[in-house]
Design a protein around this ligand. Structure first.
Ligand SMILES: CC(=O)[C@@H](O)[C@H](O)COP(=O)(O)O
Ligand SMILES: NCC(=O)COP(=O)(O)O
Length: 238
């Protein structure tokens, strides 16, 4: 079964726009779980443009499904993870000023570094996932980091879907198959939406989790949050 983890970054974007506590990020996270989310994902960035470090601390006490914290393993990020100890940590090689995640790890160049980070995070009891492009060499080298899972960065799939979905999904199908052959779990995320999710799910058997935020929150503006979460869940029914 592929789990849906709802990324609530954009709820925090809206909250921060007025400087008060509306929408209440903590309440929305609990409601997302009540509406069918099987996980809550946050990506606290160094500039705290949306999710703040204190949000992460507060969410830990409230999230009853799976808490997934994404980020570049900077010293501040690692201190937060040591404190919060979420079910899953997804390591993303984002630059501090990146407008959004825009690349996966070079697991060949950074394998030794990642091995050290992964070993510590696993010693804290966290499952570790590494954000990757669908590059077979990078998937193969990910094994050497000790990671539990990879998260396939699906921006290229999403941008190519409308023109030629078979071509768009092919690298992801190959990367997922190799990862599973190596004993790695497979997550996916970034720019997934109600148009492209079902086909990805159909083409990637054994996909463990998708984390979806931007499109889901945009859809909820028109369709309502509960209905939207249910619609995304229905895309993942085998
Ligand atoms: C790793 C990933 O693809 C998502 O966490 C994405 O980075 C969302 O971040 P923003 O909400 O800041 O765009
Ligand atoms: N890991 C992907 C994620 O958490 C959400 O990405 P997006 O749906 O906001 O593009």
């Amino acid at each position: 079964m592929t789990k849906l983890s709802v990324n609530i970054n954009k709820i925090a974007t809206l909250r921060n726009a007025r400087g008060h506590n509306r929408p209440n990020v903590l309440q929305v996270a609990q409601d997302c779980e009540r509406f069918g989310a099987q996980g809550i994902t946050v990506h606290p960035r160094p500039d705290e443009r949306h999710i703040r470090y204190q949000d992460v601390r507060d969410l830990k006490a409230l999230v009853t499904t799976e808490f997934n914290i994404e980020g570049n393993p900077t010293p501040d990020f690692l201190d937060l993870v040591r404190e919060v100890r979420p079910e899953q940590v997804t390591l993303v090689p984002d630059a501090p000023d990146a407008i959004t995640s825009n690349a996966g790890w070079d697991t060949i160049k950074h394998q030794v570094y990642l091995l050290g980070v992964v070993q510590e995070l696993k010693s804290l009891g966290c499952r570790v996932s590494i954000f990757l492009d669908p590059d077979l060499a990078m998937v193969k080298a990910a094994l050497g980091t000790g990671t539990d899972r990879i998260e396939l960065y699906t921006e290229a799939y999403a941008s190519g879907y409308a023109a030629d979905r078979e071509a768009a999904v092919a690298p992801y199908r190959a990367a997922a198959a190799l990862a599973q052959e190596l004993g790695l779990g497979v997550n996916a995320g970034h720019d997934l939406d109600l148009d492209n999710l079902a086909y990805l799910h159909q083409q990637l058997p054994g996909l463990a989790e998708v984390s979806i935020g931007h499109a889901l929150v945009c859809d909820a503006l028109y369709l309502g949050l509960e209905n939207t979460i249910q619609l995304y869940r229905r895309q993942l029914v085998s």
